[in-house]
Design a protein around this ligand. Structure first.
Ligand code: ATP
Ligand code: MG
Length: 175
């Protein structure tokens, strides 16, 4: 059997007296799709946060692509190929669809900051962004302001932003 791309080993996380994750062990192999289901407050977002690095587990490990990433930041994990989308969208609403995706593509390159005008003329970034928009079916909305999109389209846009990282594994919180 192929080696898992992503593993959690006995992850535990408590908030005071509330244990949100208890010994969560899972394997994700290349090409697999898993859904995590549970009622409100079951601990789904908390688990995703620990896998992506936004929260540290109290104990246990996250192994990604052959290495222990438990101590790595969200940025380092994203650069290593762990993509994610959020339960509550964090996209700047005043930017156009294309601008939002280009910003995502910029993060993949690891540039700290460049003026937006220059970024939007960068052919390689634009190509990567257009490709991601094509993949999620939003190409024709590229010039729309993000606020004009429906809720569902914003979720698609989040996926496009994450795809610019060419993730090896992809976590979606309530897509
Ligand atoms: N930062 C925090 N501090 C304290 N308690 C928290 C924190 N984050 C989550 N919790 C609690 O941990 C439990 C799990 O929450 P979590 O958001 O992971 O659930 P969920 O399965 O994603 O729920 P939903 O379906 O509503 O998104 C809940 O009881 C929640 O109130
Ligand atoms: Mg949640």
């Amino acid at each position: 059997m192929t080696e898992p791309l992503l593993q959690t080993r006995a992850i535990c996380k408590s908030f005071g007296a509330l244990q949100a994750s208890k010994d969560v062990t899972l394997d994700l192999r290349p090409g697999e799709i898993h859904a995590l289901i549970g009622p409100n407050g079951a601990g789904k977002s908390t688990l995703i946060a620990q896998i992506s690095g936004a929260l540290s587990p109290d104990s246990g490990q996250v192994i990604f692509d052959g290495r222990d990433v438990t101590a790595l930041s969200t940025t380092a994990r994203a650069r290593a190929g762990l993509g994610r989308t959020f339960q509550i969208s964090a996209l700047p609403m005043e930017f156009t669809v294309l601008q939002n995706v280009v910003l995502g593509a910029l993060g993949q390159r690891g540039r700290a900051f460049r003026f937006f005008g220059n970024v939007m003329r960068d052919k390689a970034l634009l190509a990567r962004a257009e490709d991601a928009l094509e993949q999620v079916g939003l190409a024709e909305f590229r010039s729309f302001v993000t606020a004009e999109l429906s809720h569902g389209q914003r979720r698609q846009l989040e996926v496009a932003v994450a795809l610019t990282l060419s993730p090896k594994a992809f976590l979606m919180d309530e897509p």
